[in-house]
Structure formats: C-alpha cells, structure tokens
Design a protein around this ligand. Structure first.
Ligand SMILES: Cc1ncc(COP(=O)(O)O)c(C=O)c1O
Length: 506
C-alpha cells in the first residue's frame, strides 16, 4: 500500500507526508484493531514479561539507526511496531501482573484514546473543546460522587498521582501561606518558613512538590508512624506546636489514603480535626486508595477522605484507565480557580450567548491539555458505580486471600494486608535462627527473589520495606486477576525462593 493522496475522498490539494487517505486509514486501522483484539484474547496465556535486558530491546528496535530521511508506509510501520510491542513488553493488563500500583487498562480506554486523538481537542479552553470540556467536567463530578465528595468541587485531570498532589499542594500553599505567595513568592516581609506535615510512609511526590513549589525538601516534617504504620497524631501535634514556637508557619498536613508500600490509610478524620484546630490545609493523597471509598463498607476508614480540602486520586490506578490519568479535586472550586487562573490578552474564552463557560486551563498549571477524560468517562459508564464496587472489592478480597494463603505456607511469612496490597517474605525452612547476619541475609535473599520473579514470566510482584524488613509486595488493581492466579503465587515464590537460597547459601 502506498502513502499517497490519490484517494478520491480526500479533498486536500496538499500531498502532505503525514496524511492518510480514508481508505489507507481504514485498512491500517482494521488490521491494528484485529491485532489488538487477538492480543487481548491471548493475554492470559502469554508471559507477563519477557524480562529481556535493555541491549536486546535496543537491538530489535534498531536504537542506533539514524533518523529516517525518507518517509515510510504507515500501515507497515504500524504492523511492525505492533508485533514488537506485543512480543517484548511487560503487560500490566496480564492477570499475573501484581507489581507496583499499575492497573489493568479497560479495553474501552484503548478505543477512547484513538477517538480522542482523532478529534484532538485542546481541553484547556472551552471554546477549543466544547464537548470534551463538558465530558471532563462531568467525569470530575462523577468521580467526586463515586467517593462521596461534594460534586460542586473544583477538579481537573492530570498526568497521574504526582501531578494531582502537586495541584493540591499549590492550592493549599496559596490559601494558607498567610501572605500573597503567588505575587511575592517566598520573599515577603511577612514570609515565614512554611511547614508541611506528612507521615513517614508518604510517597516521594512530596519531595518534588516541596521543591517545585519553592519550599525545599527541608520544609517537610516527616511524622513517625505508629505500630500500624499510620501517622502518629500526638507526634504530629507536638511537631506543629514546636514549629509554631520556633516562629515557622505550619501550612498543610498530608493524609495518605492508601500508602504506596502497604496500602495503609492514615487516620483521616483526626488529621482533619487537627488541621481545623491549627488552621492548616488538609490534603489527602488518595492516588491509590481513594476509589475504595466507593465501597459501602469503607475499608480502613477510607471514606473519611471526604473531609479533605483537596484530594489526589488516580483513574489510571483503581478506575483502570489506561495511563495517563490522574485527578485533583479541591473542595472549594473558587480556591482552585484563583490559584491557576490568569487572563492573558491572547486568549478569548468568553461566555457564549451570555452563558458562563469553564476553561480547564484555569484549574491546573497546564495550558494545552489532552482529552484524558474520554477514557475515564466511558469506563465509568461501561462499569457503572456497581461495576466499580464489584471490581474494587474483588481486588481487596483477592489480597486478603493471598494473605491467608501465605499464612498457610510454612516457608512464607505474612507481613501486612491493607486495601489490595499484601506484603510477605520468603524465609527458608532450614535457615538456622543463629545464621550469621540472618536479617541481612533474608533481605538480600528476598531482594534477589523479587528480581527473579520479575523476570520469571510467571508472576510479577514488586517490593516494599515493611518495618525495616525487605518484603515482596503484591498489589491487585487488576480486573483480570482471579483466585487461580492468587492461589498459584505461594508455590511459585517458594520454588524460586528455594532456587535462590540454594545458590546464595550452597
Ligand atoms: C500513594 C501514592 N501517591 C502518589 C503516587 C504517584 O502516582 P503516579 O505514579 O501516578 O504519579 C503513587 C504511585 O503509586 C502512590 O501510590
């Protein structure tokens, strides 16, 4: 097939090298969709990953090729890259992918991405994206409704959890700094050292946020956790009071609603009460856990997240949207708009026929914005609230099941289970209690075990440090995983663990 413009449907006179005639598009697209459908059908039987090293991957994509001077046939390009991707990728949609917090992606999201890219709206300005903006605004309302938050909140879709947290951080900083920080930055007669309080289990986004917002990472107060890995509230209050006495300006407390390592949820209502008492912004990082608030039983007290002034939550985690899709919600939409809204002369996003309109450029640091909302909006409708409740609660039940299976396996030590994250480790049965440097040995053994499992093609888990111990970590945010996948894990881990132990301790 040739990439030319001779097709009679195409009215353009320009023979642009990037154009595809409708027929060319149709043929290439049908082939692609057929290949995707076959791939999805065969996914459970395929390996989770081939575990190939970087050199091999670079080799077959021809990483050292020079930039092509002449163009190529788009259908052939697509066919070739489809094959490469399907044969050499790690598939987080595979039922045995239980690593990190990367969910299986709803197939409707794959179709949505194609449609979104075809219309290609710029969802920064309403005028540039009339339907897309309204779809995003509705998605925001539905997300808020799903977790029980006020539906007139401000909200915006962003790239992921990190950026959603940064958005909440920026709003909180502006509102609570105590001087006009947008105008004067951190240099102002009234400026004081701003302080942010987070639990020791908080994700690394907070370093980046403190840096990007000009506070510096030393502004972060890492509050220790209690036995259950939740923020220690008396330590929190003690630190706030110490900072006040030192003349600092406490600004924000971050409650983690599903920690990255173990899924622990901080005592959110109590944190909210402390924020009220000291006039601090209450931000909740629910990047992973927030959608569990859709469940009537509110596991781990997650529904208390609705007390937060701002929330980060990721549709590309527990709404199973294809990457990327994060979301920031702010209870008071005006505070969010005031943080990001500027009115340059070169944009004209005025009311139409006297009707007010919302331009999402006013709700985040981004300007040109893609149509991330379509995949989220479609999935929310395909599954509905009940469908999401069913998928999320099944993921949690599977994590509980794994915890139980691990407990029943003599060579495995169960450590934690919160939301859909289970942590455990392999402890060889014959390992003497007085084995030299036993703790260090078990950490190294389990670290090597994680590496082997990740290349094993059998099951993909990740790692965590739990109370100082190196652990294997399974996180089920995967609507394809079922009981048979979970039940197979102990045997795989013990078998490979035994191999590793035999090599490390011959
Ligand atoms: C609690 C928490 N916060 C923030 C993030 C960062 O999210 P993202 O990777 O989507 O930026 C993660 C990622 O796993 C997370 O678990």
């Amino acid at each position: 097939m040739k990439n030319n413009m001779s097709d009679t449907h195409n009215k353009s006179k320009r023979n642009s090298p990037l154009e595809m005639s409708p027929d060319e598009f149709r043929v290439a697209g049908h082939k692609l969709i057929d290949d995707i459908a076959d791939f999805l059908g065969g996914l459970p039987e395929a390996p989770v990953t081939t575990g190939e090293p970087p050199s091999k991957i670079r080799n077959f994509i021809g990483a050292d090729r020079e930039l092509p001077v002449k163009g190529a046939n788009p259908a052939e390009l697509l066919e070739s890259v489809t094959k490469d991707l399907f044969e050499h990728s790690l598939f987080n949609g595979h039922p045995n992918f239980l690593g990190y917090i990367t969910s299986s992606a709803a197939p409707i999201g794959a179709l949505a991405e194609t449609l979104a890219a075809t219309v290609n709206p710029n969802v920064g300005g309403w005028t540039l994206s009339p339907v897309a903006t309204e779809i995003e605004l509705q998605s925001i309302r539905w997300i808020a409704e799903l977790i029980g938050y006020n539906t007139d909140c401000g909200g915006v879709l962003v790239s992921g959890g990190n950026m959603a947290n940064v958005v909440g951080f920026l709003v909180g900083r502006r509102v609570k700094a105590g001087w006009d920080i947008q105008k004067h930055g951190l240099r102002h007669a009234d400026a004081r050292q701003l302080r942010v309080y987070v639990s020791a289990e908080t994700h690394t986004w907070v370093y980046k946020a403190a840096d990007m917002c000009g506070l510096g990472s030393e502004s972060i107060r890492w509050i220790p956790t209690d036995e259950s890995l939740r923020m220690d509230l008396s330590a929190l209050e003690k630190q706030i009071n110490a900072d006040l006495e030192a003349g600092d300006k406490p600004m924000m407390v971050v409650g983690t609603a599903g920690s990255v390592s173990t899924g622990v949820v901080d005592p959110l209502t109590a944190i909210g009460a402390i924020c009220k008492k000291y006039d601090l912004w209450f931000h909740a990082d629910g990047a992973y856990g927030a959608f569990a608030a859709a469940l009537p039983e509110s596991p781990e007290g997650i529904c208390e997240i609705v007390g937060a002034d701002s929330i980060a939550l990721d549709p590309h985690k527990w709404l199973y949207a294809p990457i990327e899709a994060g979301c920031a919600l702010v209870r008071d939409a005006d505070l969010m708009r005031e943080t990001f809204s500027y009115h340059p002369p070169y944009y004209k996003f005025d009311a139409i026929d006297g009707e007010e309109l919302t331009s999402l450029v006013d709700f985040s640091p981004q300007n040109t914005r893609g149509f991330k909302a379509l995949k989220v909006w479609l999935a929310l409708q395909q599954a509905g609230r009940d469908g999401y409740r069913e998928m999320i609660s099944t993921d949690i039940s599977l994590a509980e099941r794994l915890f139980q299976k691990v407990k029943e396996t003599p060579e495995l030590e169960a450590l934690t289970r919160h939301l859909s994250i289970t942590t455990f480790r392999y402890v060889p049965l014959g390992l003497p209690a007085d084995y030299p440097e036993r703790i260090k040995y078990l950490d190294e053994l389990n670290s090597e075990l994680v590496s082997r499992l990740q290349r094993s093609e059998e099951v993909f888990v990740s790692n965590a440090i739990v109370r100082g111990v190196y652990a294997l970590r399974s996180c089920v945010v995967n609507f394809r995983t079922d009981e048979s996948n979970i039940d197979a894990i102990p045997e795989i881990v013990v078998r490979i663990g035994h191999e590793v132990d035999s090599e490390m301790r011959p």
